[in-house]
Design a protein around this ligand. Structure first.
Ligand SMILES: Cc1cc2nc3c(=O)[nH]c(=O)nc-3n(C[C@H](O)[C@H](O)[C@H](O)COP(=O)(O)OP(=O)(O)OC[C@H]3O[C@@H](n4cnc5c(N)ncnc54)[C@H](O)[C@@H]3O)c2cc1C
Length: 381
């Protein structure tokens, strides 16, 4: 049903076992504990699960993007916050260094990023440049041998937790350009983490750049190539967010089924009532559909932007279904579902962000429609 080969199913079993083994994968223990989150991310590096898609000659595992997607899904089923941090490090930062870095940049950064000794984030969004990311105003001013970065980034996942960030700034005459900026460089300041609806253990902070001096060797890709690079990375990121949503959906179904079997009213388990059964059936149906769409998108990730509509469809569908069914899961749990102690309301709160970051559902609709109108081969799906 999952469409996975025997080898992929075995890999998934190993990943799920590792998630279970990593005893601390309970978000509650991470709340406001950046050190515990870091240890988890480092642990996944020690186990060989960062840089899965990077070839062995560059220290990676030479595995598929689908495998990385399975890790995100399995993590999200236990802890959507950790899944997000894993996904950003791998799909939006490490992959950028691998795909767009020079040999010298790969040699400098990949070993530590793959080992989990250093962790990387992604800083594109600004106050006036959210969905319209090309409108960024952060500036990179040329200086002998390098650049000075000025500006303000918003909503940086892992802000202050990761060691380095892919920062997009505008180069005069060229446009958005990507730079690797280290957390501890002079002129880099992170604001305090924002209080958020869900994913509470993930620090989401603003980044102030006050004339940060970076060498030209910290520029990733060509001057002016940053916007296309960001969209390309977000293609992979969207598949990752789809997997995060699938994991949340799976958790919603697992918890709802367990509760419906044991909770008795009117003399029998509530699982015996058709009104509850319909919710469970719809949840299982949508989980299956979201999972298949996400895996297919992951398989096609190497095809790049020609499959952008499929990546968008996977994220849009999976995230929307996750939000809907996380709410249904709370409903199935009745009053208990509303209590923090049950943990099911957390799925509801965590799921909402999947409809927003890395491209809102509205923007994804635009991506799909514009490509359809311009000849995307929808019949290939
Ligand atoms: C928890 C969290 C973590 C994040 N992490 C990161 C990160 O690590 N790095 C990073 O760079 N960013 C990050 N973001 C930012 C995120 O990517 C943006 O919030 C998102 O792209 C939307 O931008 P915006 O918030 O400015 O909303 P806006 O673009 O202002 O949109 C507001 C509303 O208008 C709608 N809208 C906008 N344009 C159109 C249109 N053309 N047609 C129809 N509707 C439209 C949107 O869909 C939305 O509903 C994060 C956000 C959150 C919530």
């Amino acid at each position: 049903m999952s469409g996975l080969s025997l080898e992929e199913q075995a890999a998934r079993r190993t990943i799920r076992w590792l998630v279970a083994e990593s005893s601390a994968v309970q978000s509650a223990s991470f709340a406001n504990d950046a050190a515990a989150l870091r240890r988890q991310l480092e642990w996944w590096g020690e186990k060989g699960y960062h840089g899965l898609v990077v070839p062995p000659e560059w220290g990676g595992r030479g595995r598929t993007f689908l495998l990385q997607t399975l890790v995100v899904e399995a993590l999200a089923e236990r802890d959507a916050a950790l899944a997000l941090l894993y996904e950003v490090h791998n799909a939006l930062h490490l992959e950028a260094v691998w795909r767009y870095g020079s040999d010298a940049q790969r040699a400098a950064w990949l070993p530590d990023l793959i080992a989990g000794r250093r962790l990387g984030g992604f800083a594109l969004t600004e106050e006036e440049a959210g969905s319209d990311a090309e409108a960024i105003a952060c500036r990179a001013v040329p200086e002998a041998g390098g650049w000075r970065l000025f500006g303000h980034k918003r909503f940086v996942t892992g802000g202050g937790l990761y060691d380095q960030y892919l920062v997009f700034a505008r180069v005069p005459g060229a446009g958005p350009t990507a730079f690797v900026v280290e957390r501890d460089q002079a002129g880099v300041t992170f604001g305090p983490p924002h209080a958020t609806l869900g994913l509470e253990s993930v620090p989401v902070a603003d980044l102030q750049l006050d004339g940060v001096l970076v060498a030209d060797t910290a520029r990733l890709g060509a001057e002016g190539a940053g916007y296309a690079m960001a969209l390309d990375l977000l293609d992979g990121g969207r598949v990752g967010v789809a997997a995060q949503a699938v994991g949340i959906l799976a958790a919603a179904l697992r918890q709802s089924l367990a509760f419906a079997r044991q909770r008795r009213q009117f003399g029998r388990p509530i699982a015996g009532f058709q009104g509850v059964q319909w919710k469970l059936a719809e949840m299982a149906r949508d989980l299956a559909a979201a999972r298949l769409l996400t895996y297919e998108a992951a398989r096609r990730r190497p095809l790049g932007e020609s499959e952008r509509p499929l990546f968008a469809m996977a994220k849009w569908f999976a995230s929307e279904r996750a939000v809907y069914h996380a709410a249904q899961a709370v409903q199935i749990h009745g009053g208990r579902g509303y209590l923090r102690e049950m943990g099911v309301e957390r799925l509801y709160r965590d799921s909402k962000a999947t409809e927003i970051y890395e491209g809102t559902s509205e923007i994804l609709r635009l991506v799909i429609a514009s490509r359809l109108i311009n000849g995307y081969n929808w019949d290939s799906i």
